[in-house]
Design a protein around this ligand. Structure first.
Ligand code: HPA
Length: 234
């Protein structure tokens, strides 16, 4: 047990999928895994371990924002030996060519700050994903027929943004979408010699104002889980 995770040693798999929402972790585990066991419920942050095509996998909520993700990912890596960590989440599109429901695979994530900013100080560190996971996820996503975009995203510290000028600069520099977790996941994975990737579904569009209808959210989330699982075990 750690401060935030109640799992016993050995309860967590080397491969961990990280949705922000703990109830999405529950739904994904019950929908896609076999022999599912609840391994964490401290503070209502649910984690489940099961198997997918014979491979052990944990699906654990990260919470919203980089400080929350940082707590869970630090403990999953340092205390439970997680090696492959894939964020599965939603994002807002920042380019016209990216549509609601499309998949974004984040090569890198731009930030104003992360929980690791104190380490990097004056350095503008460029966190990047694992190339093997990225390539496998791109193949899996295209095989599924999902419109797939690979490139940079923006990991923001805020959802309710008071700086529209920053979003404009991100769009101007080709950033595909905005979310709130990937950059710190990549920082931690790189620091601890782990593999990481963020697989994102576009849930809303910052330019057009489009949004994914609620009846299509589950299907899009399910596609993302399957892409992440295929990528992890390819
Ligand atoms: N901003 C930040 N995070 C998000 C958004 C957004 O517009 N959409 C989904 N996650």
């Amino acid at each position: 047990m750690t401060i935030h995770i109640g799992a016993q040693p050995g309860d967590i798999a080397e491969t961990v999928l990280l949705p922000g929402d703990p109830y999405r972790a529950k739904w994904a585990a019950e929908t896609f895994l076999k022999d599912v066991k609840l391994v964490n419920e401290v503070r209502g942050m649910l984690g489940f371990t099961g198997t997918w095509k014979g491979n052990r996998v944990t699906i654990h909520g990260s919470g919203m924002g980089m400080p929350s993700l940082s707590i869970y990912v630090n403990e999953l890596i340092k205390d439970y030996g997680a090696k492959t960590l894939i964020r599965i989440g939603s994002c807002g599109a920042m380019q016209e060519k990216v549509k609601v429901r499309d998949i974004i695979l984040a090569m890198t994530a731009t930030t104003l700050s992360t929980p690791s900013s104190g380490i990097f100080k004056e350095m503008n560190f460029a966190p990047c994903c694992d190339y093997g996971l990225l390539r496998a996820a791109a193949d899996a996503s295209q095989k599924k027929g999902s419109d797939t975009h690979v490139g940079g995203i923006y990991s923001s510290d805020v959802f309710y943004d008071e700086r529209p000028d920053l979003n404009k600069q991100m769009t101007r520099h080709g950033i595909l979408g905005v979310e709130m977790e990937a950059a710190e996941l990549y920082n931690l994975a790189l620091r601890h010699d782990c593999r990481a990737l963020a697989v994102l579904t576009v849930s809303d569009h910052l330019i057009t104002g489009d949004a994914l209808p609620s009846d299509q959210r589950e299907k899009s989330f399910g596609d993302m889980v399957e892409i992440a699982l295929e990528a992890a075990f390819t």
